[in-house]
Every structure is written in structure tokens, then in C-alpha cells.
Design a binder for this molecule. Structure first.
Ligand SMILES: Cc1cc2nc3c(=O)[nH]c(=O)nc-3n(C[C@H](O)[C@H](O)[C@H](O)COP(=O)(O)OP(=O)(O)OC[C@H]3O[C@@H](n4cnc5c(N)ncnc54)[C@H](O)[C@@H]3O)c2cc1C
Length: 610
């Protein structure tokens, strides 16, 4: 593997003020000013083929201000080139280094290479370039520091070129996948929704339903359509029936905890009705789900949670309990200690969001993909009702209303959320089942298989193709520190090998081939992928108007549980946008966005459920 490094500077042409000098880093990731990185990444398609490919990865808070990281492809020979963007003239030099593996002492190797790169840069730069190699070069960060910065209250746009999930791989012909990817954005929009996941698409759809004409709604998506968590989850539409009650009650009080759980039950009903009413081809299967207790301790925890919820007046009539042998028989899990069963569903989540996008496009809504919103500023013209200018690499949109449906990435455009929303990388896996779980023996109920509250696996088996989707919790006492530390991340370009190995081991342990047949070619582990979810300190989403920013709204922060929440939150948000009260949303009050919530979390006054 050969890595590249990049050197150069940014010169403000009018003042000749040097904005930044890009330091040499012997790593494929280089901090440079954020906006420049985004522009570079999005201009790459226009470069000729001998130009290196530069990809924006994410944003770091550094001592020198905010910096973006880039990953850079490997040019065969050093390349330098100027790029013009607005008032900035950017000169870059990209040069391939020796193989890192061939260097016995990587640190020394990096220093020497850095000097070489500097020399070649000074020769290669155009004569009018303002290059001063002694000027305030930020010192190169060791890799581990770069990684630390990436996880500490950092903000990021979605990273380019994410891996594909099972759901993405089975919908590559979605007609709107790259909608308007090469078009400039419109100059103005009444409603500008940022994010094309389930919350963005459903918010647009609900606005249409509320009577807003399609032409007044624009949706922006940084990557391909539905490329975030909505296209890479584990396929469950699974309301909590009682388990979270105690934990939510500790943070929000018993009344709110009860409302949170009731709301999830309502969401299942809403998704079911929506899919049936509109005949949405999203492989939606209404069935039941099992909470399978794999340890006596967790069985005890579940029993106490059920009792606490019932005691608070919670409805548990739809929940069935099975102990010992019956639990094992019903779930087919030999190590089950106990099990609870209640109504839930599975679906093809990408097809669901894609259908909503197709339908809204048919009704006049416009979608721009591969087009990140990079900043939001007060409208330059200042005239009401237009309030905000949203900048993208393909132009600026003057918007009356801006709706943040950006989930894990919310803090990029709303910096006040940078310590409130934490990105977590979650992972799911697909398996082609062996003989004992095929044909009439395919599993019709979904499952959550639990050793403890934080150590569990989720399973659905798809009716259509029989594929098993196996999700893995973000906690596991057996994992190495390295894996544990990699969970807080924006990087959905890869999956984690240790997590994948755990999933394979657990899947075959919990669902062993019983007919004694050897695995045929094509059976077994098929595909692994990751996705970024948004955790909040109080474990509930944020819905409503953004305080101090009139005309900005948010529907985000789903704590890895959006499929059981968005069908209430997005309609709730639209209710508020149409001028109605919180009460009319029917949502738990603790979902309401407020600066107060942020302050409480900042002061450490909330203890996360998760
Ligand atoms: C592996 C995994 C398993 C999961 N399993 C389940 C499950 O079984 N059940 C369940 O209920 N939930 C599950 N979830 C969580 C669920 O998928 C999410 O809660 C839900 O999809 C969130 O939807 P969203 O629309 O808010 O966010 P997303 O789907 O992430 O959409 C946000 C979109 O905004 C775009 N965006 C962000 N910033 C910008 C910007 N500045 N400009 C333009 N576009 C931008 C992103 O590219 C993205 O497409 C899982 C998630 C993962 C990753």
C-alpha cells in the first residue's frame, strides 16, 4: 500500500493573507480548513484523470481551529495544481511516498519524506505562489492523536464513499439514487430539508400532506439517496414493550417513560397503516418479536422491568411470557432462559425511504443528491420571509425554513449540538441460512437475543429471500479496547473485523445447523456493513424548532431506534411547523428540542439510558 501526502497553501487573493499552509503528514489523513476540503472533494469529478482523487472524510476540532481530514489517492508521480474557489487560490502538491511497509522505522521515514516533499514543493510551485515553508506550519500529528481528535466532540459531514449495506446492494437501480447530482441547486426554497433518510423523506411527505405544494420543498442529500442509517440498519420496526421503562424513568420520570414506550407502539401501527394504505413495496412483514433472555440475570432484569411498567399503568396485555423449555421451543434458541413476545415488524428500510422519496418527487418535491449543505448563515438580503442562506458546493439556497434531518451529523450545521449528539458506528451482517432455517423452517418472528442490557444481538429473517440480518450491540465485554474505542466514529466506509467475527461466532452458536448438513457454497456469512447512529445524552430524539434560530427545525437524534420513532416524530414536527402546539403532536414532552436540554446535558445532569 502506498500513501500520498499533500502540501500547499491557501492565499486570499485580495489581501494576500495566508489562510493556511497545509502541513506534510505521512498519513493518508491530512487536516486542512473544512470548507476547502469539501469544495475539493466535490470538485474532484471535474479534474482530469492525472489529478489525484481527494476525498473529504470528516471534521476535527484542533488547537488551530476546525480542520477537515482528507484521504488522497495515489498519483504515479508528483502533481501540483492550482484550484480557484471564491476568493481563495489554493495550490496543492500531492506526491506518492515510499511504501510504509518497506520502511523499518516509520517515524524517521516520515520525517525524511516530509523534507523531501518540502523541497520538491518549493521547486514545483508556480512562481507567484506565496510559499513560506518556515511560516507557522502546524506540526504533523501522530496518527493516534488524529484519531483521538476525531472522537472528541467532533463534527462531520457524511463521509464520502461509504460502504454499501445489504439494503443498498439490493436497490442499486433506484431511479432517484443520484437525483440532480450534477445540477446547480435552486436559488430559493420555502422548505429546505437537509437529509434524505427516513426522517427527511417522511418530513417532506408530511409537508405535502399538510397542503404545502411540492414545488416549495427541496431536499438536499450529501451522498446518494438514503445513504445514511436508514439505508444501513438491521431492518427491525420493533417497538419497546416494557424493557426500557425503568431506565427511561430514571432520566425522564415514570410518566414520560410510559409515553416513550406507548409512542413506539403507535409507530408500529402507523408504519403498518402507511405501508398498507399506499401499497409500499418495502418487504414489510408484521409479525411478532421475541426478547430472548440468555442469562438468568437478564431474565430477572426483564421481569422487574415488566412489573415496573405494569405498576405504572403501562399496557402489557399484548406481551406474552415463556419460561425455560417453552422459551427454547418457541424461539429455537437452545440457550434461552426465558422469552417475551409482542407484535413487531421487519422491512427493507431503504425501499421504504426510497418509495417515500419517489412519491414526493412525483408530487413535485425536488431532491439534490451528492450535495452537502456546508454552512447556514442569516440571509444576506435580510428580507422576510427568507431567513437563511444554505451554502452547498453547487450554489446557495435562500430558504424560509430549514429542516435538519441529519441525525448523527446534526452538529455539523448546528455546532451547539457538538457535545449533545455523539456519532456511534453500528454494524449489521447478512447470512444465507443453512438447511435448518430454510423453507418451512424459516423464522417468522424477529428477535433480540440478550446477555445483558448492553450486550445483545438482533435478528430478522426476510420472508422474500430468507436472508438473515443479524445486528450487533455496540457493547460487548469481550471486545478489545481498540474495537471499543472505534465505536465513536463517523466512518461508515468500513466494518470492524472483530465485530464481524463476533457476529459470525454468535450466529452459528445461537442458530446451529441441526440437520448435521455441511455448509454448502453460498450459505453462511454473506455481507457486513456499518452505519452511523446518533446518540443523545438523554437517550431520546430532538423534535421541534431550533432555539434562537427562527425558521430552523430539527427531527434527529434517534439513538439507533429511528424505525420505531420517526413515523411519530416527522409528522409531529410538521404539526409544529404548521403552527400547532406541542400537545397536538402527541409526542412525549421529553422529545422537544430546547436549549435547556443541551444545558442540562452539559452540566452532566442527565445519566444516559444506554
Ligand atoms: C447498523 C444499524 C442498525 C440499526 N438497526 C435499527 C433497527 O433495527 N431498528 C431501528 O429502529 N433502528 C435501527 N437503526 C437506527 C436507524 O436506522 C436510524 O435511527 C434511522 O435510520 C435514522 O433516520 P434519519 O433519517 O434520522 O437518519 P439517516 O438515515 O442517517 O439520514 C440522515 C441523512 O442526512 C444526510 N446528511 C447529513 N448531513 C448532511 C448535510 N450537511 N447535507 C446534506 N445531507 C446531509 C446523510 O447523508 C443521511 O442520508 C440502526 C442503525 C444502524 C446503522
Amino acid at each position: 500500500m502506498r500513501w500520498a501526502r499533500i502540501m500547499g497553501q491557501i492565499v486570499d487573493r485580495s489581501t494576500q493573507f495566508k489562510v493556511a499552509v497545509i502541513a506534510a503528514f505521512a498519513t493518508r489523513r491530512v487536516p486542512i480548513p473544512v470548507e476547502m476540503a469539501i469544495m475539493l472533494a466535490h470538485m474532484r469529478d471535474k479534474w482530469s484523470c492525472d489529478r489525484p482523487r481527494i476525498r473529504y472524510t470528516d471534521t476535527l476540532a484542533t488547537a488551530n481551529g476546525e480542520r477537515a481530514r482528507l484521504s488522497i489517492s495515489r498519483p504515479k508521480s508528483p502533481v501540483h495544481f492550482p484550484i480557484l474557489y471564491n476568493d481563495f487560490e489554493v495550490y496543492l502538491l500531492v506526491q506518492t511516498l515510499k511504501s510504509q511497509r518497506s520502511c523499518s522505522n516509520q517515524r524517521n521515514c516520515r520525517v525524511q519524506d516530509s523534507q523531501k516533499a518540502s523541497q520538491s514543493l518549493s521547486c514545483a510551485m508556480p512562481p507567484h505562489a506565496e510559499l513560506d515553508l518556515n511560516a507557522n506550519l502546524p506540526s504533523p500529528l501522530p496518527d493516534q492523536d488524529v484519531d483521538k481528535l476525531a472522537t472528541a466532540g467532533s463534527r462531520s459531514l457524511p463521509i464520502e464513499d461509504p460502504c454499501l449495506s445489504y439494503w443498498h446492494r439490493t436497490t442499486r437501480a433506484f431511479a432517484h439514487l443520484h437525483e440532480n447530482h450534477d445540477q446547480d441547486v435552486p436559488a430559493a426554497a420555502r422548505y429546505l430539508i437537509i437529509g434524505s433518510g427516513l426522517s427527511g423523506s417522511l418530513t417532506a411527505w408530511q409537508l405535502l400532506d399538510a397542503g404545502v405544494p411540492g414545488k416549495d420543498i427541496v431536499v438536499l442529500e450529501a451522498r446518494e439517496a438514503v445513504s445514511g442509517a436508514s439505508g444501513r440498519n438491521a431492518g427491525h420496526v420493533r417497538p419497546d414493550a416494557f424493557r426500557g421503562f425503568g431506565a427511561y424513568a430514571r432520566v425522564h420520570g415514570p410518566e414520560q417513560a410510559k409515553k416513550i414506550i406507548e409512542n413506539e407502539k403507535l409507530v408500529l401501527k402507523r408504519v403498518d397503516e402507511f405501508v398498507k394504505k399506499h401499497n409500499v413495496p418495502c418487504d414489510f412483514e408484521l409479525s411478532t418479536t421475541f426478547d430472548v433472555c440468555l442469562t438468568p440475570e437478564f431474565a430477572q432484569y426483564e421481569a422487574e422491568s415488566l412489573e415496573a411498567y405494569r405498576h405504572a399503568g403501562g399496557d402489557v396485555l399484548h406481551v406474552s411470557f415463556y419460561g425455560g423449555e417453552e422459551a427454547r421451543e418457541r424461539t429455537k434458541v437452545a440457550s434461552a432462559v426465558a422469552a417475551y413476545e409482542w407484535p413487531a415488524a421487519s422491512s427493507h428500510p431503504a425501499k421504504l425511504a426510497q418509495w417515500i422519496l419517489s412519491d414526493m418527487i412525483k408530487r413535485g418535491v425536488r431532491l439534490w443528491t451528492h450535495c452537502p449543505a456546508v454552512s447556514i448563515e442569516p440571509h444576506a438580503g435580510g428580507q422576510e420571509p427568507t431567513r437563511w442562506d444554505v451554502r452547498t458546493p453547487r450554489g446557495t439556497i435562500a430558504a424560509e425554513n430549514v429542516v435538519h434531518c441529519t441525525n448523527a451529523y446534526s452538529s455539523y450545521l448546528l455546532p451547539e449540538l457538538s457535545s449533545f449528539v455523539t456519532p456511534n458506528r453500528a454494524q449489521a451482517h447478512s447470512f444465507v441460512p443453512t438447511f435448518s432455517f430454510t423453507g418451512a423452517n424459516a423464522m417468522t418472528s424477529t428477535m433480540s437475543l440478550r446477555y445483558s442490557l448492553h450486550h445483545f444481538f438482533s435478528l430478522i429473517q426476510r420472508r422474500g429471500d430468507g436472508t438473515v440480518i443479524f445486528g450487533v450491540s455496540r457493547g460487548n465485554p469481550e471486545w478489545t479496547d481498540e474495537t471499543r474505542q472505534s465505536i465513536v466514529s463517523f466512518d461508515d466506509t468500513h466494518y470492524n473485523e472483530e465485530v464481524a467475527a463476533t457476529s459470525e461466532r454468535e450466529y452459528t452458536k445461537l442458530f446451529p445447523e441441526r440437520a448435521g448438513k455441511a455448509e454448502s457454497h453460498g450459505e453462511g456469512a454473506e455481507h457486513y456493513w456499518s452505519g452511523i447512529i446518533a446518540m443523545t445524552p438523554d437517550s431520546v430524539p430532538m423534535v421541534g424548532a431550533v432555539d434562537d434560530k427562527p425558521g430552523q427545525w430539527i427531527c434527529a437524534g434517534f439513538n439507533g431506534h429511528g424505525m420505531a420513532r420517526i413515523f411519530a416524530c416527522a409528522p409531529g414536527l410538521v404539526t409544529l411547523m404548521m403552527g400547532q402546539s406541542w400537545q397536538e403532536t402527541g409526542l412525549p414532552e421529553c422529545f422537544q428540542y430546547s436549549n435547556d436540554r443541551l444545558t442540562k446535558a452539559e452540566k452532566g445532569e442527565v445519566v444516559s439510558v444506554w
